[in-house]
Design a binder for this molecule. Structure first.
Ligand code: F6R
Length: 613
């Protein structure tokens, strides 16, 4: 995600900001910028691409030894990476600047009303509305203007704000996006979106909580509640992490961190698109009219690897709730078969990176044949998004671990939103059902958050028992069959154990020959319509002395009797089981790979973005 660094104090600000941003590079970004105060004016430099470009630019610059400023690395969410979209963003006068992490959900409405009041916008970002909104509220105190402005904002933010007329201070504010402050006994205050940026300068930090803001000066730091303006007493904490630990927020690997980030990633993907009360979904980014959507006769999903698994789940959802035929292709197959596509077909390439060569080739063929192309992607401005007619972005943030985790569950979230949306437009989902399904999705992030620590613990004995196995079988049925495929893929790619996913009903058509004591079998058995069928398949394994791990519904005591290990998950709306049931499988793969001493974040032979055929 984006990175923020700010400093006010006795030292020169430019080197501090550049070094801080460098320490946030691991988070991923596609443009960078800096602002500092010189001779009473704000001076701003921004550029697309790597931080090295900004550093090179700054080598030529006389910053006048400025002692106050802000910096930002942007990972695009609204508007592609470009100099104009890079932070800091200014108000109309250029006397006020903002750097921002997070997503302003009501930015369209705010932008329209600010434009009507005469504000001139120069970027496509959601962030720029903040600069103009604060300008609108600004009288003689910046902190007060920030507090008033953010009351109008829906969404998440971590903010750094600076105004040339109050040149002694920086304002920091947060709501649902992290921001940490640093202090030094001999003077000087820092702000950063993440601890590594502070470590070269101080280990004394204050964590801002949601709905708090801070006024940072050379010799003082005050924190206030954003809503009632009351001062808040904060505790200074001493950080004893090294830089590597800090980058991973204390997690041992990025993959584990990203598994734990899933509640936030899922929430970010549906927030602003799904009305929590009615379940009504808005996806204007699809750029197709209701009439066009009603005229679609078929959907074709195209993807590779984990993204292909997301597509397989979506087929179950779309056919059930929208009643539209859906075909799913592995992109490398799609591109070499005869495609029967036309203007009445929507082709949906799904790609976390937006650069996968086969998926891109499939997209181009589909376009040539006149199909409508709506991609699902996590990287703004990537090739696949540029070439699609519309894109539904997942808002998972950058994924650093090569094995996809939070990008996958965010893809599922986006595909579930698409299902609701199409069902609503085509009137195949009654209002009451929309409400029920929407509510289930809204409740999911908190529920996953609650389960994660326990699930991680529960993987330890299973890993001790089966972590040295040579092979693994994963079984699922219905929309959980693709999750069995995904569980097997996760295990093989990071632990190098041979693993296969099967539709449980296929067991007796071949793979049952493999069953013996050395072949652990993991089966997904939520209490859904195919529960009894999968249990029968599992009994067939048991009868052949296979060893069994079952993942099922809390309260289903039969599972513990049948299995060597039973992993229990809360009962949620059946449709969302594929998202929930993915989590323990990710954790199990992680635990096993870690125990086997594998390079979890960078497994051998794999690349994060597969740009060749
Ligand atoms: C596995 C994994 C890969 C990708 C595949 C497609 O964990 O990440 O299987 O899913 O290479 O990549 P994207 O989604 O970037 O098109």
């Amino acid at each position: 995600m984006c990175g923020i660094v700010g400093y006010v104090g006795p030292r020169k600000v430019v080197p501090i900001v550049l070094e801080g941003l460098k320490r946030l590079e691991y988070r991923g970004y596609d443009s960078a910028g800096i602002v500092y105060l010189k001779d009473g004016k704000l001076v701003k430099y921004r550029c697309e691409g790597k931080l090295a470009n900004l550093e090179e630019m700054m080598e030529e610059v006389d910053d006048g030894g400025s002692r106050i400023g802000l910096g930002h690395t942007r990972w695009a969410t609204h508007g592609p990476p470009s100099e104009a979209n890079a932070h800091p963003h200014s108000d109309c006068s250029g006397d006020l600047v903002v750097v921002h992490n997070g997503i302003i959900e009501n930015f369209h409405t705010l932008r329209e009303s600010l434009t009507a009041k005469g504000h001139i916008f120069t970027s496509q970002t959601d962030t720029e509305v903040l600069a103009h909104l604060i300008e609108e509220h600004l009288r003689d105190d910046l902190a007060q203007a920030v507090a008033e402005a953010v009351k109008e904002v829906e969404g998440s933010f971590a903010l750094g704000v600076m105004w040339s007329r109050q040149p002694d201070r920086l304002i920091a504010a947060r709501s649902q996006s992290p921001l940490v402050l640093g202090v030094k006994e001999k003077g000087g205050c820092f702000m950063a979106s993440d601890i590594p940026a502070l470590l070269p300068y101080t280990r004394q930090v204050i964590f801002l909580e949601d709905r708090e803001m801070a006024v940072l000066k050379n010799d003082s730091l005050q924190v206030f509640n954003l809503d009632d303006g009351q001062p808040v007493e904060k505790e200074i904490q001493t950080i004893d992490w090294n830089v590597g630990m800090a980058e991973k927020a204390g997690y041992r690997h990025f993959m584990l961190k990203e598994i734990f980030e899933q509640p936030q990633a899922i929430l970010n993907t549906f927030r602003g698109r799904l009305d929590p009360e009615t379940g009504i979904v808005r996806l204007p980014e699809i750029k197709l009219s209701s009439e066009e959507l009603r005229g679609v006769s078929r959907i074709s999903l195209v993807a590779c690897g984990t993204s292909w698994h997301a597509a397989l789940v979506a087929k179950y959802w779309l056919e059930k709730w929208v009643g539209i035929p859906v075909e799913v292709d592995i992109a490398s197959e799609f591109r070499y078969r005869r495609l029967l596509l036309g203007p009445d077909v929507i082709v949906i390439p799904i790609s976390q990176s937006g650069e996968t060569a086969d998926t891109l080739a499939g997209l181009r063929l589909a376009k040539d044949l006149g199909a409508k192309v709506i991609s699902i992607c996590n990287v703004v401005g990537s090739t696949i998004t540029r070439e699609s007619h519309g894109t539904i972005y997942t808002h998972a943030g950058p994924e650093i671990g090569v094995a996809s985790t939070k990008a996958f569950t965010s893809q599922l979230t986006a595909l579930f939103l698409l299902t609701l949306f199409l069902g609503q437009v085509r009137e195949t989902i009654p209002a009451e059902k929309s409400r029920e399904l929407g509510k289930a999705l809204v409740e999911l992030p908190a529920l996953i958050e609650e389960e994660l620590p326990r699930l991680q613990e529960e993987m330890i004995p299973i890993c001790n028992e089966f972590g040295r196995s040579r092979d693994f079988l994963y079984l699922g049925r219905g929309a959980n069959f693709p999750i069995a495929l995904e569980g097997a893929l996760k295990l093989k790619e990071i632990s190098y154990i041979h693993a296969e996913g099967y539709a449980a009903g296929e067991l007796k058509h071949g793979p049952i020959a493999l069953i013996d004591r050395d072949m652990p079998v993991l089966a997904l058995v939520p209490g859904d319509g195919v529960y009894k069928k999968v249990i029968s398949n599992v009994q067939e394994v048991k009868a052949r002395h296979g060893r069994i791990i079952l993942v099922g519904s809390r309260g289903d005591d039969a599972l513990a009797e049948i299995a060597d290990f039973a992993i229990y998950l809360p009962i949620i709306h059946e449709e969302l089981n594929p998202i929930l049931y993915t989590i323990p499988l990710q954790l199990l793969s992680y635990q096993i790979a870690n125990m086997r001493g594998c390079d979890v974040d960078q497994p051998r032979n794999l690349a994060k973005s597969v740009t060749v055929e």
